[in-house]
Design a protein around this ligand. Sequence first.
Ligand code: SF4
Ligand code: SF4
Length: 441
Amino acid sequence: MAKLTFSGGIHPLGKKSATKDKPLVTIEAPELLYFPLSQHIGAPLKPLVSVGDKVLKMQKIADTDAFMSAPLHSSVSGKVKDIGMYLNHTNSKVPTIVIENDGEYQDAEPIHTKSIDDLSPDEMRKIIREAGIVGMGGAGFPTHVKLSPPEDKQITHLIINGAECEPYLTSDRRVMLEMPDDVIGGIRCLMRLLNLSKCYVGIEDNAPEAISILQEKTKNTGIDICVLKKKYPQGSEKQIINAITGKEVPIGKLPMDVGCVVINIGTVAEIYRALAQGIPLHRRIVTVSGDAVRNPSNLYVPLGTPFNALVDACGGTKEETHKIIMGGPMMGIAGISLDIPVVKGTSGLLLFSEKYAHNEAEINCIRCGRCVSVCPMKLVPTTLDMYSRKGDTETLIKNNIMNCMECGSCTYVCPSKRYLVQSIRVGKQKINALRAKEAKN
Ligand code: SF4
Ligand code: SF4
């Protein structure tokens, strides 16, 4: 079978052997759980509960009227202990609901009770929103928004993203191996919702067991399992669309502008549970790995659980931790504390010893061109770096800096150890700040 791919990209070491064959371990919820009201793209939420209220497991605890948002549900039953400012996954203190777990796990009513076969496309979209489902690959984009294209955007391709291209992470692989029926059930619902007879599931060739199990279960269903070459960043939306359909998403446009919707594989399984059983998103799989972790694992975790509890569930650390990364090592964010809780987009938690935590000093660019050859967005990272350091936002915009997806491939290959992605990120922040100022005036 031909293996599909995109142009550019890099081949970092996979580093998945520590967890790829480890079955999911469900961990107990701790005594206190933290639910930040900002954990997705879009409007922040407003609490629906007050301090002292009793809450049930899977009860909706925060919501907003904004379309571009998704509600939040408690992962335990208990009492609201506080609503205050606590750390979230961006290392910022944000409004957060703190719930004291009563250990009884009393469930709220399901979010709907209709038979899945009787749900209309509009009812499915409403349930997906009501279930609080957002992209679980890390982006946190509300899923019901992706599934509600404007009338002039005809969706022709539904792509399910099982390409877990970040080193270390194996949470999507465990979804495919341990929850294949939920994945396929969710895909069938989405095909009906979007009125499509075909769907494409992209999986990298380093996950042969996942490819086999899904191929076996999807024979003659219109679901096409597409084998992708292992390459980073194969799992980003524009690259998986290009590999599977040959289409290019133009600069500044969205997948729906080329008729595509891309949904993460773990998100699809959650969609099925919401539509079939009325269960809202209240837990997720997190890969805990890195050389400092004693027993790297794939954990099934109640949302709101602080990272400390995940590390304890892995037997603690065997080396002193010098670096915490939330997500994968390429696009993840360095964490400042293990008090930060698991949110909907937490795919991984990596702890590294001193050996892997140091940053090498950068030296002058030697004009080797490697960063240009690997950039999957066809940008010129060395030019963006230069103008970002000069603060020349006009030239940065002309050079399409906003199309940089911060994949880090350029930094990875640079022999001069230039902090390219960091510099580009600063340039983008300056442009966003200028635009926000202009919008206010
Ligand atoms: S410029 Fe941006 S998109 Fe291109 S390789 Fe660097 S980080 Fe990735
Ligand atoms: S890879 Fe590094 S040294 Fe080579 S051109 Fe790009 S910035 Fe310069």
